[in-house]
Design a protein around this ligand. Structure first.
Ligand code: I3S
Length: 128
């Protein structure tokens, strides 16, 4: 049986490296600053790490490494955003609090898979 006897550890949906920039905070536009980020989709959250040591499937577990930031996906919106960057394969994630991020990969199949998986989580939360 699983050590998570209380059933409180959320499910790891996906993890990987993506280029990331925050473009708005609380609706206020920010200057872009693209960085490679280790992105972990777990439970209702998208968690960002900048430490390369975090690049393992257990990095999101409490105490294993410190995230740079975390995004609550409840009520969030995704849209393809090739108009917002000269980079290809870019989508925008907007949180209910008006924080906006661009996420990008050179690999189209990879960014499509991220889009699909995050959208599935958003849809699941919408139905709750
Ligand atoms: O949408 P923008 O403002 O053209 O984004 C570019 C700039 O933020 C640029 O930095 P400066 O603030 O020093 O101009 C970045 O280096 C670029 O990467 C941004 O554009 P892309 O197309 O890469 O998202």
């Amino acid at each position: 049986s699983s050590p998570d006897t209380e059933g409180v550890t959320p499910e790891l949906e996906k993890a990987g490296l993506l280029n990331k920039t925050k473009i708005a905070e609380g609706g206020r536009k920010l200057r872009k600053n693209w960085n490679l980020s280790w992105v972990v989709l777990v439970g209702n959250s998208l968690v960002f790490f900048k430490d390369p040591k975090s690049q393992n499937p257990d990095s999101w577990k409490p105490g294993n490494s410190r995230p740079e930031s975390s995004v609550d996906l409840r009520g969030a919106q995704l849209q393809w955003a090739n108009d917002l960057s000269s980079r290809k394969n870019v989508f925008k994630l907007r949180t209910v609090t008006g924080n906006e991020f661009l996420l990008q990969s050179e690999t189209e199949s990879l960014i499509r898979e991220w889009y699909r998986t995050i959208q599935n989580v958003i849809d699941r939360l919408d139905k709750e």
